[in-house]
Design a protein around this ligand. Structure first.
Ligand code: NAD
Length: 698
């Protein structure tokens, strides 16, 4: 028989076991193995029932996505599923770990399913820009009803064994998958239970067939945040066919929908993003076998916007935190905000009702830096001023225990300069979280010139533990994300002087798929921060300065580039701002012109890509995909566009280089000239991805 699937017999019960580590993905060999074993068992007169199960840590966890895009090899998954469903002898899936995607579709082909209580079951294909392509959109609604099916297929969220049992996705929760599977099979035989072919069982579809709003409401609820994405809507259409289209025809439509998504740009980008995130976890230039240091307790300095959010991330992961402030008042305020934040999440049902108390119980407030003494990792999140940071790190050097990792959450400042004030620069690095830090998943891990490999791996490993996505970057002004953002900000500011208004620029950026345009983002962060920093550095920005001089600091004052109705965060265009912009241009003798949306988009995105090329050339980021991960998880870059560097490859680097050259001249802005790396790749007809592939091969 096949090497990855084996067939055994326990008296009258055949056990088909998939053993293809690490996750028993449905490779061609696995599909062939199941197909052959089930066929053989069905033909064996000594066999009365067939249990399908898996060895290792999980049931079949999905398709083998390395086979995507390659010529399909027989048997197709749908044939394997037919074999199980049409077996004259009862087929039972015995599930542990995760039954995901094709794995759950295979289980749905069985007449019965049992699972251990820790098991998770789901059809998360939408998360890769796809829909289930082997009958999942038809069998799952028949198993659990269309409402839950929509949640699982259109939303892509898996469910646990208890919920699966409640909704009829599994028949029983068992202690041991194999023994439980065998016992259940014997029960089916003893009770002479009819074989339940989901394809023929429409009982759970009746209500939604009579009243389609049951289905459409469920779809509306899960697609609220699916703006711009194709897959959730295609998946909803496919599930909808379970209500109005004969089974076999619906399967055909499902397959067509699957192939269309599979060959489309969005799924390509989403699959790229999936691999990019995994790749980012591999840190270049660290000796093999480097172990992270143990982190049992964390200290966070500064209980402001960032310190509070970071502390919450640790407490939510069960890691005790000492939160340190300069005095009682900001400490109390910080702790109060965190408490409220947790309570609001609990009230929404996002976390259990007892979680706020448990999590706050892990956070100890303290005044004075000497309180860092027990911490294995210290994260500084005080004001963004070099003098203040240096003062804090000088004191940390005094109080921190030997071997503690000392991290700064600075957004822009030089980590090497901060490390230099300590006697232990090997322990110093950046851990740059994004706001709101309890929500945003990115953590740029900034490697200083002297950062020790095990200190670096400590930061990477702890970031993963608190459910962040770590990306290791080098030291430069603003690291990867904010440095690229600065290239964009320069253009957005120029647009106001050339003829555009904030709302026009922001509309183009949000239409592209980013959650916010540069001006709405400025209003959210507070315009006074940049204003103060410009004043410190003796820099002027006529329009932004004028807004601040008029007391327009953004959302916090109810007015900035936009106006805000009290209690609302929705930006409203403000004629006063338009007047201020037009008057300023007139005063400066600048002639305003009509600016097309195409120009806005190109000058918002291409300069970022250009900066990304410089970042790669300087080795600040190890791979183009790391830059993409920064933008996906730190700034809400639309996943269906893969990240700025992936997007650049899709658009074509030559086109981008040509447009940048054009704008450099047309707007008299040498910073827009294509970067040397971009120019070289463009002239050679290459992509950023080719660069990464060449590096990997070397
Ligand atoms: P914040 O002003 O909200 O909080 C800073 C806190 O640090 C204040 O509560 C202050 O009392 C406290 N503090 C100052 N000096 C201290 C000291 N010596 N000891 C103890 N506490 C001290 O600022 P924030 O927005 O949370 O920013 C903190 C850091 O995070 C900055 O370096 C900033 O650049 C960075 N950052 C901010 C954001 C953001 O969006 N706000 C995002 C990423 C990184």
């Amino acid at each position: 028989m096949s090497e990855v699937v084996k067939l055994e017999r326990h008296d009258e019960i055949a056990i088909v076991t998939v053993d293809s580590p690490p996750v028993n993905a449905l490779s061609a060999a696995v599909r062939r193995g199941i197909h052959e074993c089930v066929k053989k068992a069905a033909a064996d007169p000594a066999v009365k029932a067939i249990v399908l199960t898996c060895a290792g840590r999980t049931f079949i966890a999905g398709a083998d996505i390395t086979e995507f895009g390659k010529p399909p090899q027989p048997p197709a998954l749908s044939e394997v599923i037919s074999e199980l469903e049409n077996s004259p002898k009862p087929t039972i899936a015995a599930i542990h770990g995760t039954a995901l995607g094709g794995g759950l579709e295979t289980a749905l082909g069985c007449h019965f399913r049992v699972a251990v209580k820790e098991a998770k079951l789901g059809l998360p294909e939408v998360k890769l820009g796809l829909l289930p392509g082997a009958g999942g959109t038809q069998r799952l609604p028949r198993a659990v009803g269309p409402e839950l099916a929509v949640k699982m297929i259109v939303g892509g969220d898996p469910i646990g064994a208890a919920e699966a049992l409640k909704h009829g996705l599994i028949e029983e929760i068992v202690e041991d998958r194999v023994q439980g599977g065998i016992a259940f099979a014997r029960k089916v035989l003893a009770e002479k239970r009819p074989l339940r072919k989901l394809r023929d069982d429409d009982s759970k579809l009746k209500a939604a067939r009579a009243d389609r709003s049951i289905f459409t409401n469920a779809v509306a609820a899960v697609t609220k945040r699916a703006r711009g994405l194709e897959a959730p809507f295609a998946a909803a259409d496919a599930v909808g066919h379970s209500l109005d289209t004969p089974f076999d025809e619906a399967l055909k439509k499902e397959r067509e929908g699957f192939l269309k998504l599979m060959n489309g740009d969005q799924s390509k980008a989403q699959r790229y993003a999936f691999f990019a995130e995994r790749e980012a976890a591999k840190v270049a230039g660290v000796p093999e076998g480097t172990k992270p240091r143990n982190v049992a307790r964390v200290a966070i300095i500064g209980a402001g916007t960032m310190g509070g959010g970071i502390a919450m991330s640790f407490a939510s992961a069960g890691i005790p935190v000492t939160l340190i402030e300069m005095s009682d008042e900001p400490l109390k305020r910080g702790l109060g905000i965190m408490q409220k934040n947790y309570e609001a999440t609990a009230a929404r049902g996002g976390i259990p009702a007892d979680a706020p108390a448990k999590r706050m119980g892990l956070i100890t407030g303290a005044v004075g830096l000497e309180n860092v003494k027990d911490a294995d990792l210290i994260i500084e999140a005080v004001f963004e001023t070099m003098a203040v940071k240096k003062d804090v790190f000088t004191k940390l050097d005094q109080f921190a225990k030997p071997g503690a990792v000392l991290a700064s959450n600075t957004s822009y400042l030089n980590i090497n300069e901060i490390a230099a004030v300590t006697k232990r620069p090997q322990d110093v690095l950046g851990m740059h979280f994004f706001s709101p830090a309890n929500v945003m998943k990115l953590c740029e891990i900034v490697r200083g010139a002297k950062t020790a490999p095990d200190a670096l791996m400590t930061a990477v490993s702890i970031a993963k533990k608190i459910a962040k996505v770590p990306v290791v970057v080098g030291v430069c002004d603003g690291f990867v994300g904010n440095r690229m953002l600065a290239a964009r900000s320069k253009q957005s500011e120029k647009f106001l002087f050339e003829g555009a208004l904030p709302q026009q620029v922001d509309a183009v950026v949000t239409k592209f798929g980013l959650p916010m345009g540069p001006f709405a983002m400025g209003d959210l962060a507070g315009l006074d921060i940049g204003w103060r920093s410009r004043k410190d550095r003796g820099i002027k920005s006529e329009i932004a300065d004028a807004l601040c001089e008029a007391g327009r600091f953004g959302q916090k004052t109810g007015k900035g580039y936009y106006k805000y109705e009290s209690g609302s965060r929705a930006p409203l265009s403000d004629p006063d701002v338009e007047k201020l912009i037009v008057d300023t241009c007139a005063r400066l003798g600048l002639k305003r012109r009509e600016i097309s949306d195409d120009e806005i988009l190109e000058r918002m995105i291409y300069p970022m890509i250009n900066e990304g090329a410089r970042i790669l050339d300087e080795g600040i980021a190890a791979r183009p995909s790391d830059i993409d991960v920064v933008w996906l998880y730190g700034y809400g870059w639309p996943i269906y566009r893969g990240g700025p560097m992936h997007y650049a490859d899709q658009v074509g680097l030559k086109h981008i280089a040509d447009r940048l050259s054009y704008y450099a001249k047309a707007t008299n802005d040498p910073s827009l000239e294509p970067a040397p790396l971009l120019k070289r790749l463009a002239s050679e007809g290459k992509t950023f991805a080719s660069l990464a592939a060449a590096k990997k091969a070397a």
